[in-house]
Design a protein around this ligand. Structure first.
Ligand code: SF4
Ligand code: SF4
Length: 383
């Protein structure tokens, strides 16, 4: 199974339109964070470290759909927090589907059996189930036993009811490529459409800081994993990924990409988050237009901001890879046919330019106005 043709066609037509009109920055996936509250507290999560009054806030149905219309990206990813806790989530999803936009509802799946009948199967709706590894690895990652089994049961339930299902896998330090490969094999037997995979971004606000991979370690790990996943007699992976071929090649260290954070703009209970889904301390824009036009983009990216040093996340770089696919179709086709290159020198990382970093800042809602739970402003992370 792969992304349905209707999605490939609509998204391809959207990007081609932007490229033809010479639009330099365009949104590809709206990251709609409707709440930060979650029923888990994962070691690598940078989203749940807020005081109770903020965790209880919700993006309303009206605001969610206004953000979808304002941004007008062809795909909407709904992470969190845990979106299934949000009482208006079925209406939010239905409203997005009615606009013929492709929704990825990201969930840890604990509440999926309880709520699944509030949703209707559609080519426009995919449940993206959080699954970081096999039983032991996933339960360790989410810091709770039994969650893997619930997630797998939820995947089977959703597939049985005719929903599109992907898994969303984040890799952390200490991963064993053999175990990851065995987990990908197991995941594909569940009938999922594909695997979304990224190295975990080293959130400053995550409960644990020792779990994150650096960029070099990430690239070496992905080469090892992809080596184990080759089809017999071919260099292509036998797993289906929910990514472009060039993003996989980037993960394997072969593309010197800069991120395009505007490709995945983020809207949450504070408004439009500058500059991206991952950096949560840079302030908020009053509108999508302001986010796109007034953000000091030159202050962000690998080599331009220390907070970006280890980032290889798909919300920053998949948009770059997709844009590159349209700019260099032969390279993209070659990569798709051959699979990621797994030997030889890696592409150089961008040079460090921190010293030249411009001082322009345009945050509208200062991050100092947003209280974080569990620690004073400059105290170290928990654990
Ligand atoms: S990573 Fe996802 S499931 Fe885990 S605590 Fe954060 S929001 Fe919840
Ligand atoms: S590299 Fe880009 S996507 Fe990653 S944290 Fe920095 S600005 Fe965000």
């Amino acid at each position: 199974m792969a992304v349905p043709l209707i999605q490939a066609y609509r998204v391809g037509r959207y990007i081609a339109g932007k490229k033809l009109r010479g639009v330099k920055r365009y949104p590809l996936v709206l990251m709609l964070e409707p709440l930060f509250q979650c029923n888990l507290a994962c070691a690598g999560c940078g989203k749940i470290d807020y005081p109770k009054e903020i965790l209880q806030k919700r993006v309303s149905l009206e605001d969610a759909l206004r953000a979808v219309d304002e941004c007008d990206a062809p795909m909407v990813s709904i992470p969190g927090g845990e979106p299934l806790i949000h009482k208006e989530m079925p209406q939010i999803v239905a409203g997005i589907v009615a606009r013929k936009k492709f929704v990825y509802l990201c969930t840890n799946a604990i509440l999926l059996a309880k709520h699944i009948d509030e949703y209707t199967p559609s080519p426009y709706l995919t449940f993206s189930i959080h699954l970081d590894g096999g039983r032991e690895r996933h339960d360790e990652s989410v810091c709770q036993e039994g969650v893997f089994d619930k997630a797998v049961a939820a995947i089977r339930l959703a597939r049985g009811k005719g929903f599109r299902v992907t898994i969303n896998c984040t890799l952390f330090s200490g991963e064993d490529p053999d175990h990851v490969a065995a987990f990908f094999d197991e995941a594909m037997t569940l009938g999922i459409e594909g695997i979304t995979v990224s190295p975990g971004y080293s959130y400053h606000h995550a409960p644990r800081q020792d779990v994150f991979l650096g960029r070099s370690a990430s690239k070496r790990l992905f080469r090892e994993i992809f080596k184990r996943g080759r089809k017999k007699g071919s260099s292509r992976p036998r797993w289906t990924f929910n990514h472009s071929a060039l993003f996989l090649d980037f993960l394997a260290g072969n593309q010197a990409y800069e991120c395009t954070p505007w490709s995945n703009p983020t809207y949450n209970v504070f408004g439009w988050q500058r500059p991206c889904y991952l950096l949560t301390d840079e302030g908020y824009a009053p509108s999508f237009k302001s986010l796109m036009e007034d953000t000091a983009w030159e202050n962000y990216g690998v080599g331009r901001n220390p907070a970006c040093d280890n980032c290889m996340a798909h919300c920053g770089f998949e948009g770059t890879a997709v844009d590159d696919t349209f700019s260099h179709p032969i390279k993209a086709l070659t990569s798709a046919l051959r699979g990621p290159r797994l030997t030889g020198p890696m592409a150089a990382d961008p040079p460090i330019l921190y010293g030249d970093r411009p001082s322009r800042t345009v945050a509208t809602v200062a991050v100092t106005d947003i209280k974080r739970a569990n620690r004073e402003p400059d105290a170290p992370s928990r654990l």
